[in-house]
Design a protein around this ligand. Structure first.
Ligand SMILES: C[S@@+](CC[C@H](N)C(=O)[O-])C[C@H]1O[C@@H](n2cnc3c(N)ncnc32)[C@H](O)[C@@H]1O
Length: 217
């Protein structure tokens, strides 16, 4: 089979979802409550959450930085993959999203493992100490992904884990006239990531495409 024959269809995505752990009642309730408050349904899929949990466990991650909290869904999922004493610091610009996430994190089983940091991703990342995290997940405004990556690479040690969402640009990666405004920024970031000499990374075809990589020397 050549590379061109390896087609991943919507049917494959459904099949993957059907064969992966789904949300527990708490996460389903969180999503319903977020929708009721008018928070957009742009959280990662349960299959992507499982991918990230498995990768975090394999990496034995303890300290995670996330850019883009929204309702707290991915932060709670990641925190569940950490050992006792682990922490997800998740950065959110929108106060409504940060308030909602804090409220639901406090009610969750990982209340002591997630801290919401309020502010713009680029500013907050600058205030985070070098060497104080071993994994990161980028999932906020796409235009700033290259800056977020650079800051995270400063913070992470060699061997640190880098993950970034929406590598497939909201399903519009190959559209000539995309309707989503962030598509061009995602394409630029994908090229930027692929060209980095000190990150060994691959786009995984789960959810909307998730970059998974390791910082090299
Ligand atoms: C796609 S959502 C995050 C979804 C979340 N990671 C999940 O899967 O549950 C993107 C979030 O990034 C936030 N955001 C946008 N621009 C930002 C910025 N410059 N700094 C920090 N957060 C930002 C948005 O308010 C939104 O809540």
């Amino acid at each position: 089979m050549s590379d061109d024959d390896a087609i991943v269809t919507r049917r494959h995505y459904r099949y993957i979802a059907e064969h992966t752990r789904g949300d527990d009642p708490f996460l389903s309730e969180l999503k319903q409550a977020a929708e009721a408050e008018g928070i957009p349904k742009i959280w990662i899929s349960p299959a992507q959450a499982s991918l990230m949990q498995v990768v975090l466990k394999l990496h034995r991650a303890k300290q995670v930085i996330e850019v883009g909290t929204l309702a707290g869904y991915s932060a709670i999922c990641m925190a569940r993959a950490l050992p006792p004493g682990g922490l997800v610091r998740t950065i959110e610009l929108n106060p409504k999203h940060a308030d909602f996430a804090e409220q639901w994190i406090a009610k969750s089983d990982v209340a002591d493992k997630v801290k919401v940091l309020r502010g713009a991703g680029a500013d907050v990342l600058k205030s985070i100490k070098t060497g104080s995290a071993d994994a990161c997940f980028l999932d906020a405004d796409k235009e700033n992904y290259p800056r977020y990556l650079d800051e995270c690479l400063r913070i992470l040690p060699v061997g640190g884990l880098v993950m970034a969402d929406n590598a497939f640009a909201f399903g519009q990666l190959f559209d000539e006239v995309p309707s989503e405004s962030g598509v061009a920024a995602v394409r630029r970031f994908n090229d930027y990531m692929a060209a980095r000499k000190n990150v060994h990374a691959v786009m995984v075809g789960i959810g909307d495409g998730c970059w998974v990589g390791v910082k090299e020397a």
